[in-house]
Every structure is written in C-alpha cells, then in structure tokens.
Design a protein. Structure first.
Length: 491
C-alpha cells in the first residue's frame, strides 16, 4: 500500500494508481479512529481556538463532486465509517465543497468529508476534511489522521443500502438567498453567462437566477468527466469557451439595454473568477477588491481583512483607506480560516480565487462570491469593465500573473534567493525582502514572489506590478534565473 499524505487542502492522487478504493478505505478507517482518539481532544483546535469537540455520535457528512467515480468513492467512505458504528449522511447528488461545509454546520456534525480533486486534472481525485467549524482541517488534524492510516485496507461489510442519502443542496441554496440582495438582482439589467466548467457548481447560480428572473445562459453545465479537455480551474488559459460565448452574445445583444458579463466556478465550486463584456477576465485580485468594497459600502460590514501572501496589494490600499486592520498569512486557506474562527474578520482571500466572508461559513465559497460580483454589477447598473476601471482609478494600476515551472531544484532556487536576494530585477530596484512563505522581493510598485511546492516539483513565480509588460519582464527574468542563468542575480 502506498503512503498517503495530506497537502495544502487534502489528499489527492491519480485515480486507479494512488486514489484507489483500497486507499480510500484506509483513509476512512483512519477517520473513524481519529474521531475516537484520545489525542483528538488535545489538539489546539479545541484547547486554544475554543472550537467545541463534537463526539463521534454526531456523525459524518459526506459530499462528492462530478469527477469519475466520486460518488462511488464517497459510498466507500460511508460504508467504512458505518462499519465503525459512526452515523453517516451522504449527499444524494454531486455537491459543491461550500455546500458540504455548510452541511457540517447545519447538521452539527463531528466531521465532513468531501471527495474532490478541486481544480486538478480529470485523472485525479481526492479527499478534503472539514472539521466542526465548517472549513478545512488544520495541519494538526491531518497529521494525526495520517498517523492513524492502517497499512492494509479494512474489510468493508456494510451494504450501500444501509446508508442515508440526504438533500444538502436545498438548505445551502436557502442560505445563499439570505446572503444576497435578491431585490437588486431581480431588478437588474444584467445578462450573465454562467460557466460551471462541468464541475459541482452546475445549476446552483442558474437556479437562483431563474427564481429572481435574471437573464442568464449556462455553459459547461452538463456531464463531462474530462471537463471538456480543460482543467476545471478558472484561470485565463481555461476560459476560452466562456469568452467565445460572451463574444457571441455581445454581437446578438448589441442593441439591447443589458449589461453582459460572465462568472465561472472551479471543479468543486469553492473558487471563482469573472469576465467582463469584452471578454477580459477579472482575476481573483480584482474580484477580492470589489467584494471587499461592496461589503464595506453596500452591507456596511466591518472587520479585519486577511489575505494570503500571494494576493494583490489592492486589499491593503482599501484597508488603509477604510481604516481596517489587515494581516497577511502564508499561502493555504487553512491559515485564513484560523483567523476567521478566532477573530472578527470581514473577508479573507487567496490568490487562487477562494474567498470567505463574514456572517457565513469560514470557508471559500465560489458560488456566493460569483453572485456577489453579479450583485455589484446590478447595483451599479454599469458594464463590469467600467466598474473595474473605477476600482483601478481608486487603488492605482495593479496587474498580476503567475507561472508554475517544473523544476526539481525548486527548493535550492528559493534558498539561494533568500540567502542572496538580488539588488534589482528586470531594471526594478529590490527595496525589501519578505519571507513569510517563500521569498517576496518588493519594488517601489509591485513585487515578485518565489515559492517552492512541498508536494510537487514545481517552482511558483507570482508577480504584481503597475503594467502587464512589467509583470511579463519580471517573470521572464525570474524564470531564466530559476532555470539556471544564476549569473543574472549573482551580484
């Protein structure tokens, strides 16, 4: 049996090679042992954070996405837990991760398990663990679960017919109705293209829009185990289908008094992006800044802003302007979640498109955030491109890109830069070095971040600057250095 390790947000593996029914049964057995382990109550989660430690009798809720065999893997987990005499409730259909997290909250469950590989390629599947506060398990929990994984798969005895299948969708949809401004959306002059990327978010936004009378068109909302040949990640290279539909709709509606836009969610719908009427993507940085402004000005909510180390400085500009505390945390939503559980946080977000807001679950929710972006456009009654222009006029020009480089020597590259940071990059003076997670080199306007993946041979390069050209120049030089042109930054 292979070794099983939980990464930034769960365990993932290639289906039939690493992610097998036997290995899934091993993880499920470890979950049963974890729930009854005396060590569980000693974790910081319960001792320092003040989270109530629910007994195993509160049971486990299980969800699954639209990937190949996800439902069958979820059933396998349920059968193993039932063998261990732990109550189990399984989603009756494919489910977004935020809906599963909300089910942990509403059922007051001891644990949540989500079968998903999120935005990863279709040959992968995975398991995410959700603890009592309805968000991702912190490292202390997953480390304990790893220690309890048996060397061999347990025999599975409980029949599928003994499992309870539950509607988790309806309560979650009701919660969304409570969080959005239905009156503004219902009266809006919007025409929205909703792209689910064949993921678990399909049908959710469309159902809300249908109820409210919002004109919309749903794309990539059917069954496609290989996600139409593109990874279900809402980034530029995967959004050509959405852009093509918006271009087509724009031609059809040239004479119509409606504002065209698009929203997109990833494979398990905990992340999102948007697209304006011209086919320009609104990445996570712009979406985060717009939602932050909206919560402040439209909702009149306040609280701390928490952002990952790789998220745009736009959040800091807005936080200073509105006299809000701001804190940066390492990359990984579990760090944001901890802040949301323990402090009064207005919004927390990461560069990959996952945001959590106050008065909801302390968890990324791509569906809710997509609805909020639509609400922002509806409230303004203006094209999304103009709304973004107003944002940039307020906070200054901010452009961003990221590159992932396959590199076995990734750790050495980051260590070298940490020990001997360059004085300049692509003609930009390095004014400050920060090492919260990897190494960030700050310029007068913008920054470059180098991070090494802990689970894959990948070096991640992130850059923000005041123009797309400057971002490209910085990333080009950083990549040349990483690939071996060490003399570039030898000075």
């Amino acid at each position: 049996m292979s070794e099983i390790r939980f990464g930034t947000d769960g365990w993932r593996g290639v289906i039939a090679r690493d992610f097998t029914f036997e290995n899934v049964a091993r993880v499920a057995h470890a979950l049963a042992l974890y729930l009854r382990s005396p060590q569980r109550r000693t974790l910081d989660l319960y001792k320092r954070w003040g989270v109530p430690c629910r007994p195993p009798e509160r049971g486990v809720v299980i969800g699954y996405d639209t990937r190949f065999l996800s439902k069958e893997f979820a059933i396998q987990i349920g059968r193993v837990l039932q063998d261990a005499e732990i109550p189990v409730w399984i989603a009756e259909d494919g489910l977004p991760t935020p809906a599963l997290s909300f089910a942990v909250q509403t059922h007051q469950a001891a644990l949540g398990v989500m079968v998903t590989a999120s935005h990863n390629p279709p040959e992968y599947n995975g398991v995410k663990i959700k603890v009592e506060y309805a968000s991702s398990a912190p490292p202390s929990v997953t480390h304990l679960i790893e220690q309890l994984i048996p060397a061999e798969a347990p025999a599975v005895k409980s029949p599928e017919s003994a499992l309870n299948f539950v509607d988790f969708k309806s309560p979650y949809l009701q919660r969304l109705r409570e969080l959005i401004d239905r009156k503004t959306l219902g009266a809006s002059p919007l025409s929205v293209v909703v792209d689910s990327m064949y993921g678990a978010g399909r049908g959710y936004i469309a159902q809300i829009f249908k109820e409210l009378g919002v004109e919309h068109l749903q794309v990539r909302g059917g069954d496609h185990p290989r996600f139409g040949g593109k990874n279900p990640e809402p980034v530029e290279k995967n959004l050509s289908p959405l852009r093509a539909v918006i271009a087509s709709e724009r031609q059809k509606r040239a004479r119509m008094a409606r504002f065209l836009m698009g929203v997109v969610t990833d494979g398990d719908a905990d992340r999102m992006a948007a697209m304006d009427e011209r086919g320009q993507i609104l990445d996570s940085h712009r979406c985060f800044a717009l939602i932050l402004k909206h919560l402040l000005l439209a909702r009149r909510w306040r609280g701390k802003v928490v952002k990952s180390f790789a998220l745009s400085d736009m959040a800091e500009v807005l936080a200073v302007k509105h006299d809000l505390a701001l804190e940066e945390v390492p990359v990984g939503f579990k760090y944001i979640c901890e802040k949301m559980v323990r402090e009064d946080v207005l919004i927390g977000g990461e560069e990959s498109g996952g945001f959590a807001i106050k008065n909801h679950i302390p968890e990324r929710d791509g569906i809710l955030n997509a609805l909020l972006i639509c609400e922002i456009a509806a409230r303004a009654s203006r094209p999304l491109s103009e709304i973004v222009e107003d944002l940039l006029a307020e906070v200054g020009p901010h452009w961003y890109d990221r590159r992932d480089i396959h590199l076995e020597s990734r750790l050495e590259v980051v260590e070298r830069v940490q020990q001997r940071p360059p004085k300049e990059i692509a003609g930009l003076e390095v004014m400050k070095t920060e090492m919260l997670d990897g190494v960030k080199l700050r310029f007068a306007k913008g920054w470059l971040l180098l991070r090494a993946s802990g689970t894959e041979p990948l070096l991640r390069l992130y850059c923000e600057s005041d123009s797309p050209t400057r971002v490209r120049e910085v990333l080009d030089e950083a990549e040349r250095f990483a690939r071996g042109d060490l003399g570039l930054w030898g000075r």
